[in-house]
Design a protein around this ligand. Structure first.
Ligand code: MRU
Length: 352
């Protein structure tokens, strides 16, 4: 357990760490309504694919509980919440996955339960999603351990730790597990322009965990691989297509090309809930584009000329051919991913 948490339920609302303020300030904010939750996902108060899945689930529960309190129709309000939350961020599949799961629960409750019971059922389902995320992360980390030497140097992109999940983390969970199992770990932390999830969030988490690291600018990865020893690149994922093409934070694709050129294993770590078998290849993944100011300004100070044109995709797609393995809670998937991913998803469904 860490001394900080991403989000948790308290009495009648969600308490969430405002990740926009880290590392300077550790401030938790209350979220009382679905509108506040949708805005928190949109403005990246909470971010990271599994974390926004859990946040959205709680958002739908909040809508149902609020409707019950106001004597409004719980089913209709929860269904409207699903639409509102789904529009908050498009790329991470966990958002839609969690909302569809909540909707199935709502639909099955609608026949026999009254409004208050329906709302409580949704809250229980949101708790279950959050709880499963904790367990899933630890299973992924355990599955990765056998792939790592006793002295292991990583390059890690973006933030994939507790902050990006409900607890423990995906790719950062693998790093944590290596450290906890007594391996000698060093992490090169990609700063991850433009939102600096690496320099701000991953470095903050590694400091709390006592894991040695050095921050590098994103463009330094090739030089680091060439001039220093790197055992593995580990990254998270926002959506994995059926063929293994993987959407993740912008810059991941660059890193995968550089890793391939230097024969460094490139591991994607993510739960089966991030695998989207309905999307055949990366070409069909919708990539979120964010505001130009994320690039033209740093902490509100303009660094580019007035009127500069900007292209700001928040994610890119790493081709399956560049990925050594995709590590899920259901095991380590290797090429051909079309078969190994399908089998992992099936095993996860069998457990449900
Ligand atoms: O824009 P963000 O910060 O939500 O992007 C996060 C990432 O790209 C992570 O690598 C991904 O969500 C996996 S996190 C476990």
């Amino acid at each position: 357990m860490t001394a900080y948490f991403t989000l948790q339920w308290e009495d009648d609302h969600v308490v969430m760490l405002d990740q926009r303020l880290l590392p300077g300030e550790v401030r938790y904010i209350p979220i009382f309504s679905v509108e506040e939750m949708a805005e928190a996902i949109r403005n990246m108060t909470v971010r990271g694919a599994p974390a926004i899945g859990a946040a959205a689930a709680y958002g739908m529960a909040l809508a149902a509980l609020t409707a019950d309190r106001k004597h409004e129709k719980v089913y209709e309000q929860a269904a409207a919440a699903q639409t509102l939350l789904f529009a908050a961020r498009p790329t991470a599949v966990n958002l839609g996955w969690a909302l569809r799961r909540m909707r199935r629960r709502l639909d099955s409750a609608a026949g026999g339960l009254n409004n208050a019971e329906m709302a409580q059922t949704l809250l229980a389902e949101a708790h279950a999603i959050a709880e499963e995320d904790r367990a899933t992360n630890r299973r992924m980390a355990e599955n990765a351990l056998a792939l790592l030497p006793d002295e292991v140097t990583f390059i890690h992109h973006c933030n994939t730790g507790t902050l990006a999940t409900v607890e423990y983390g995906t790719a950062l969970g693998v790093i944590r597990a290596a450290h906890e199992h007594g391996k000698k770990v060093l992490v090169y932390v990609d700063e991850t322009r433009p939102r600096l999830q690496g320099a701000r969030l991953t470095a903050w988490e590694l400091t709390q965990l006592g894991i040695p690291y050095q921050i590098i600018v994103d463009g330094a990865a090739a030089a680091v691989m060439r001039t220093r020893h790197v055992d593995a690149c580990v990254v998270g994922c926002d959506r994995v297509a059926a063929n293994g093409d993987t959407a993740n934070k912008i810059g991941t694709y660059n890193l995968s090309i550089v890793a391939k050129a230097h024969q460094v294993p490139f591991y994607v770590v993510g739960p089966t809930s991030t695998v989207d078998l309905e999307t055949p290849t990366g070409a069909e993944i919708v990539i979120e584009e964010r505001a130009p100011e994320e690039i033209t300004e740093i902490e509100g100070r303009r660094i580019a000329p007035e009127g500069a044109q900007v292209f700001n995709p928040a994610f890119d797609v790493t081709l399956a051919a560049n990925i050594t393995a995709i590590i899920t809670e259901e095991g380590v998937c290797r090429a051909p991913f079309i078969d190994s991913l399908r089998a992992a998803v099936q095993r996860a469904r069998d457990v449900d």
